[in-house]
Design a protein around this ligand. Sequence first.
Ligand code: AMP
Ligand code: ZN
Ligand code: FE
Ligand code: FE
Length: 292
Amino acid sequence: MTITQEADFCIDLHCHTTASDGALPPKELVARAHARGVTHLAITDHDTIAGLEEASEAAREAGLTLIAGTELSCLWKSHTIHVVGLDFDIDDDCLKQALERQNTNRWSRARTITDKLSKLKIENLLEKATDRAGGDVPGRPHFARVLVEEGVVKDIAQAFKRYLGAGKAGDVKGFWPELPEVVRWITEAGGVAVLAHPRKYKLTATKLRALVADFRQAGGRSIEVSTSGQSSGDLGFLAELCRRENLLASQGSDFHFPGAPWCELGVIMKMPDGLEPVWHHFKQPAGVPAAV
Ligand code: AMP
Ligand code: ZN
Ligand code: FE
Ligand code: FE
């Protein structure tokens, strides 16, 4: 199938379900994506692929193409960086083991976050956060929700600003592997490693170029050029970086929950011309647009 008209498809390669810190279960997320006109979707839950089986069944029923995805946490020069993996083999044993280690790391981190926030004197904080995560390992957004419910802060933004965001007590370091390792997990499982939302790390242009250079050196092949919450200036900057470094361009909403119109499934700024889309390099034969 060759699709030549942009109106024929809508590609969203970054979003979250209840398998990590999203609000919708995989089945509901797929239904929402379909209703919003998304034709090609990658669910990229943090350090897990647990939602993919349910999503895959829902996608088959809806006639939507699901691409294997995950978003891995790692460290680069002490910065927490996210690497999206796309189109890998979900049965790859090494990747499965690596994800189990990430899960163990996430539990250790959750316990440390709980210790660091003990001064807030919230009873059973870890249990409450785990509850918010549906019994799975809680991430920072789950802790943030408890802080709001306990009246410690007025909203999620304030929870991150005061307690969980970069440099704050609950932003604990040291639990993630270094960047080259997670890139290797994805590439060895036959996938494409994509540097997620490059402007979110608040790095200077020089540092971001150094990050991209190390990412490429490790085997990373793509960066997200179009993601939510960025200006058209960011889009132009990332497009230029992508072109100059000869990387593949990816796009995704980073949708977590309904109700934020600027971060919605399928709502993606049009990719600037002259870039090579990452989906041209997917292994999946059926339905992945060959031409944009
Ligand atoms: P974690 O993987 O547990 O460290 O959580 C990372 C997630 O926290 C991101 O994917 C966002 O969904 C959320 N997050 C990070 N920073 C903020 C912030 N300043 N405000 C709201 N949510 C945030
Ligand atoms: Zn998230
Ligand atoms: Fe992320
Ligand atoms: Fe994300």
